[in-house]
Design a protein around this ligand. Sequence first.
Ligand code: ATP
Ligand code: MG
Length: 204
Amino acid sequence: MIGSDNDAINARHRERTRQHKVAVDKRIAAATQDKGLLLVITGNGKGKSSSAFGMVARTLGYGHKAAVFQFIKGKEEVGERAFFARDPNMRWERCGEGFTWETQDRDRDIAAARAGWEKAKEALADPSIHLVVLDELTYLVTYRYLSLEEIMPAIAARPPMQHVVITGRAAHDDFIAAADTVSAIRDVKHAFRAGIRAQQGIDL
Ligand code: ATP
Ligand code: MG
């Protein structure tokens, strides 16, 4: 490429990025509010709970308190729990009895979900907790273990600066309507379907 062509490309690039920076700076300047957020991470793709636990890491990193309530799944360990348990600002509750197709006992699943929800409600009323993760909460509504009438008021009445993350597939429309930030992770490919079992550090 001859020099003058390159100079022209570089000049155009500078002008485009300058304009981009002006637009981004304007949007940043317009976002001035602080608020306890409700986030929903849903969809069939991998990455919902690990995203929520990433926000737990961020929270603990600032010395704030975080609480995780793992509904549905309770038996199997995830690496994050072992890691975060070392932090005195972490509360981690495994509320479920395992996958429904493992327990095969609806009444027991409902009792476990309800007991977990009672604990979660305590955290949702505690202004010292910066972040509450309600992991796999969507299934409690889908399976009718808990009603939205029981869940939504507790979330709405939480301390104004407390953040809440709900994870799970097929989030009910009411969760999505109430949320400030919603991501639906799309399943493009998953190694499990190629016969690969769950890998430490990646899947659990
Ligand atoms: P992760 O905890 O890895 O962020 P997730 O919360 O998005 O996953 P879950 O439905 O809670 O997904 O399932 C957790 C486990 O199932 C993980 O081991 C994950 O790798 C696996 N998994 C997630 N999505 C899929 C999928 N589409 N197909 C097969 N396995 C999946
Ligand atoms: Mg999950």
